[in-house]
Design a protein around this ligand. Structure first.
Ligand code: ADP
Length: 202
């Protein structure tokens, strides 16, 4: 006796699970928290503290930064204007996949121009995009010089370094602005948490 394949298709399975199903499972609303700011401004430090804080409260997150993006999927890209734009385009597309899976995605990229961030916002969707300006003066970032990059840029060993010989366009109207000067890391993380928590709680 032959059976038709259609006999084995159950109507309940013929719909792809939606983002809302996954958000319900995770008990959270997904967003892309897009941190922008100079190198050394505090994006990664705040993101990692914030991710830990969210984890302790039961939220599922993914941090995207140079370490997991530039070393892998974007390893073929440099720092020319074109490559920076392509870098951000791919990051935005990846963020969208995470958000559609219900995951709160925290991005730490210099993303130096208004056009680049606008492009990311368009790809991700305005309603899911939260722009966070980590606003630390260049002098302070240069004093911190976490990775020794400013020294190298000043010496001409690195070209197109944002803040030195490539521009940084500050966001005109960011959703959130964090000034890290004269603040502890914990205070900066808490400031971000106070503003983001109402957006991601169901
Ligand atoms: P970015 O990711 O923007 O390049 P990092 O997070 O790697 O910057 O480096 C920021 C540096 O500034 C770290 O060494 C951190 O300890 C220091 N820092 C001092 N105060 C703060 C603060 N309030 N918030 C964030 N970082 C701070």
């Amino acid at each position: 006796m032959t059976t038709k394949h259609s006999e084995h298709i159950y109507p309940v399975f013929d719909r792809m699970l939606q983002r809302s199903d996954k958000e319900k499972l995770l008990k959270q609303r997904a967003k892309v928290i897009w941190m922008t700011g100079l190198s050394g401004s505090g994006k990664t430090t705040i993101a990692l503290g914030f991710e830990r804080l969210l984890y302790n409260k039961g939220f599922l997150t993914q941090v995207l930064d140079g370490d997991n993006i530039r070393s892998g999927i974007n390893s073929n890209l440099g720092f020319t204007e074109e490559d920076r734009a392509e870098n951000i385009r791919r990051i935005a597309e990846i963020s969208k996949l995470f958000v559609n899976c219900g995951v709160i995605t925290i991005n730490c990229f210099v993303s130096p121009t208004i056009a680049i961030r606008e492009n990311a916002k368009q790809i991700i969707g305005e309603q899911d995009f939260v722009e966070v300006f980590v606003n630390t003066p260049l002098e302070i970032c240069e004093q911190r010089d976490v990775k020794g990059l400013y020294k190298k840029a000043r010496a001409g060993e690195i070209k197109n370094f944002t803040g030195i010989d490539a521009p940084f366009e500050a966001p005109v109207n960011p959703d959130i602005e964090i000034k890290t000067e004269n603040k502890t890391i914990e205070e900066s993380v808490q400031e971000l948490a106070d503003k983001i928590l109402p957006l991601i709680q169901i």
